[in-house]
Design a protein around this ligand. Structure first.
Ligand code: CA
Ligand code: CA
Ligand code: CA
Length: 168
């Protein structure tokens, strides 16, 4: 049995990946996320950081497709997401951190050139990815455990993996 709360959370995670909202997750959603992030921070796609972010987005897509695209049509449907990605990643959060890491590392370099991200800049990242304003602010603030207004990269990857892999 699945609860409606569980289904709501899965739907929210699917929507986060389906950046263009066309009903399935594909490569364009990942490259679109990279493009939106670079635009938000005024970083050119052809810069080293821009290239790293696009490379990370492609690796993230390949990793997700490897886990969830069971029919190999280069699209992850909601059904494939729920039955493939969610279950397998919940059982193996480290795997998710691994496939997301190059993208998150590159995104962190864009948003936090000094090696620590301001909470406000993390909220900008989430907003650029389509997360609603209030959710983005709360999520960014929640990562700052000691309340000094900054978050390290080491804190972000596990938090990101938890968000996507533990639907509680
Ligand atoms: Ca899409
Ligand atoms: Ca598919
Ligand atoms: Ca902190």
């Amino acid at each position: 049995m699945v609860s409606s709360e569980y289904e709501r959370r899965i739907a929210a995670r699917f929507a986060t990946f389906d950046q263009d909202g066309n009903g399935y997750i594909d490569r364009e959603d990942f490259s679109g996320a990279a493009k939106a992030l670079l635009a938000e921070f005024g970083t050119t796609p052809r810069s080293d950081k821009g290239q790293a972010l696009y490379g990370g987005a492609e690796a993230f897509w390949q990793g997700m497709a490897g886990i969830a695209d069971r029919d190999g049509d280069q699209r992850i449907t909601r059904e494939e997401f729920v039955n493939g990605a969610v279950k397998r990643l919940r059982d193996n959060p480290d795997r998710f951190a691994e496939i997301a890491r190059p993208f998150l590392h590159a995104a962190f370099a864009v948003a936090a050139p000094d090696g620590e991200a301001a909470v406000e800049d993390l909220a900008r990242v989430l907003r650029a990815l389509g997360v609603p304003e209030d959710v983005a602010r709360a999520a960014a603030a929640s990562l700052d455990g000691d309340g000094d207004g900054k978050v390290s990269e080491a804190e972000i990857i596990p938090a990101f993996a938890r968000y996507f892999t533990v639907p509680q």
